[in-house]
Write a protein that binds this ligand. Structure first.
Ligand code: ACO
Length: 329
């Protein structure tokens, strides 16, 4: 490591974007009733904590949502796209098979030349992307990274399956991560266990000009629930141990926003009171890789999270994948 290699990366600014169309549980229940499926606001709120989600219009792609969130993050960091030397987009609903959504975003930002690539770790995507960007900054490969989570999950929902289509939404969140001699990201950890790939997947693929297999999301909800609560506690404790900190040092937990009951269970296990958990699942639904940066930006803009706060970000999702990042904001 030479003297100019930074010891840390830190979040210089945050941004997010939700497409304007807000769909309440009642709206969705009315839509499903037309297909002969029964659901209700009461069932969805009680089982998940979700009251509404946002859906993008058909012509709007993940890169479009990412662009809005990125511009907000750049503004909040006090820089422009020209200052960025690395772009990572976490998404499982990319604009196309290739090129990556990150290169499409780069072009929409009007900058060219810096490395840009996607990370695919489903709902853990943002934590994965942040960890990769942090590593690249700490080795001197980049100094100012744009790290984005962006999803249009409405595209892969099966509206004939009431057990899944009520859970997800569209949106994007972004951060500018820059080289710093002060923390910053303190510790992180990533995991995957491909033995569980069948419990949460969208197995369809393109072959010979046709879609082979089912291109819509499939989930064994109870199996995902059980795995998620276990790994989220374990990875949080492991990251705290790496950082030499205690759970009581956490000012705010920002878990992946899938289900309020999973978040409450994690907080209880870590002995964190409810006011230390950032919750946006009620208004956003599960936006997969976008959920953590969306929740972070909402809490920063509302003034709840302030500079100097210690944050634990935790992702869990298809793969099965999971991970956590501890940072001083
Ligand atoms: N409306 C009304 N009833 C419903 C609905 C609905 N939308 N969906 C399911 N039900 C019914 C079921 O058919 C079942 O009826 P039955 O008892 O007559 O068979 C009953 O409700 C209970 O179903 P369960 O699946 O057992 O309900 P559960 O309490 O487990 O809640 C849920 C389901 C919300 C999906 C829960 O399991 C969960 O949140 N799992 C984790 C999901 C998650 O976190 N996913 C994201 C992971 S991140 C990623 O990578 C995408």
């Amino acid at each position: 490591m030479n003297s100019s290699t930074p010891r840390y990366s830190r979040i210089a600014g945050t941004g997010s974007y939700l497409p304007p169309r807000r769909v309440t549980n009642d709206d969705l229940a009315a839509q499903l009733a037309q297909r002969g499926l029964e659901t209700s606001d009461a069932w969805i709120v009680e089982r998940t904590g979700i009251r509404a989600r946002h859906f993008a219009e058909p012509e709007v792609a993940a890169s479009d949502l990412a662009l809005h969130a990125s511009l907000a993050a750049l503004q909040s960091a006090g820089c422009t796209a020209a200052d960025i030397d690395l772009i990572i987009v976490a998404t499982s609903t990319p604009d196309m098979v290739f090129p990556s959504t990150a290169t499409i975003l780069q072009n929409k930002l009007g900058v060219h030349g810096c490395p840009a690539f996607d990370v695919q770790a489903v709902c853990s995507g943002f934590v994965y992307a942040l960890t990769v960007a942090d590593s690249m900054i700490r080795t001197g490969a980049a100094r100012k990274a744009l790290v984005v989570g962006s999803e249009v999950f409405s595209r892969i929902l099966d509206f004939n399956d009431r057990t899944t289509c009520v859970l997800f939404g569209d949106g994007a969140g972004a951060v500018v991560l820059e080289a710093s001699n002060e923390p910053g990201l303190v510790a992180s950890e990533l995991h995957a266990d491909g033995r569980h790939l069948d419990i949460l997947c969208t197995p369809g693929h393109v072959s010979g000009g046709a879609i082979l297999g089912d291109p819509l999301l499939k989930m064994d909800g109870p199996a995902v629930f059980k795995l998620a609560v276990g790994v989220l506690e374990d990875v949080a404790r492991s990251v705290l141990a790496k950082a030499g900190r205690e759970a009581s040092d956490i000012d705010f937990l920002i878990p992946h926003q899938a289900n309020i009951r999973i978040m409450q269970s994690t907080a209880r296990k870590l002995k964190l009171s409810a006011d230390k958990v950032i919750v946006t699942v009620d208004e956003h639904g599960n936006t997969s890789a976008a959920s953590i940066p969306l929740a972070l930006d909402s809490a920063v803009r509302s003034g709840r999270i302030r500079r100097g706060d210690t944050l634990m970000l935790e992702g869990v999702g298809g793969g099965f994948t999971w991970g956590a990042v501890l940072l001083d904001f």
